[in-house]
Design a binder for this molecule. Structure first.
Ligand SMILES: N[C@@H](CCC(=O)N[C@@H](CS)C(=O)NCC(=O)O)C(=O)O
Length: 224
């Protein structure tokens, strides 16, 4: 059986979990946090999620895991058959990750530690997010799904990436999804899916323990 390693407060962990549930693949979860030796042994960059495949291969990087799951278990498909359409779906995923999620992620440590965000960092993140907002607006259709009339991997990817993007933008008092035509309605539809709701319940259950770890890490860093 596939093992999904990581923790439920992680948006990347949850996007891979959503793919596994959507494809109706049996899997077990193994709770691992960043920085643990067990994680470093299976994840080259020490990031979650990781899956251990049925062949015993440990695989990290969410988009790579998504591709692996689609290629190995194509029955419940999440990419279009046509290679150009498939490339567009992957383009949306990549753009959302690079220009939406990653810049916003820079603000998380400040929010967790309650430290004021330096103006220079805010400016950098605003500039990067500006690119992301324009790119997502140009690429995504939200009619009703991200890439058109079919639900694809891009819906799952953008939804979980957007959780961090919205959180980051809220630190800048900026309602990013409101600027992207169709995104809020689509986001509401995504959040009402049964799979999303189950994952959200698990996320909430994990949050207190995750925040304890974060607080302990901040205290340890401050004591250095
Ligand atoms: N590029 C990675 C990013 C994954 C990532 O940033 N995971 C975070 C949790 S959301 C993590 O492992 N944090 C722990 C750490 O950095 O120590 C992916 O696509 O899977």
């Amino acid at each position: 059986m596939i093992t999904l390693h990581g923790f439920a407060a992680s948006n990347y962990y949850n996007l891979v979990k959503h793919v596994l549930l959507y494809k109706e693949l049996p899997f077990q979860e193994n709770l691992l946090y960043g920085g643990s030796e067990e994680l470093l042994a299976i994840s080259p960059a020490g990031k979650v999620p990781v899956i251990t495949t049925n062949e015993g291969l440990n695989l990290s990087e969410s988009s790579v895991i998504c591709d692996y799951l689609e290629e190995t278990y194509p029955d419940i498909a999440l990419y279009p058959e046509n290679s150009s359409e498939r490339a567009v779906v992957r383009q949306i995923m990549k753009v959302a990750e690079l220009y939406f999620e990653l810049p916003s992620r820079r603000l998380i440590p400040y929010a967790f530690s309650g430290t004021e965000i330096p103006e220079s960092i805010k400016d950098e993140v605003r500039q990067a997010l500006d690119v992301g907002v324009i790119a997502i607006s140009r690429l995504c259709q939200f009619s009703p799904w991200v890439a058109g009339d079919k639900f694809t991997m891009a819906d799952i990817y953008v939804y979980y990436v957007n959780i961090v993007a919205s959180f980051g933008a809220s630190q800048l008092d900026w309602d990013v999804p409101a600027e992207i035509h169709g995104m809020k309605t689509w986001n509401d539809s995504m959040s009402q899916l049964a799979i999303t709701q189950n994952i959200e319940a698990d996320r909430q259950a994990n949050m207190p323990e995750f925040m304890q770890k974060v607080t302990a890490q901040i205290q340890a860093d401050n004591a250095k």
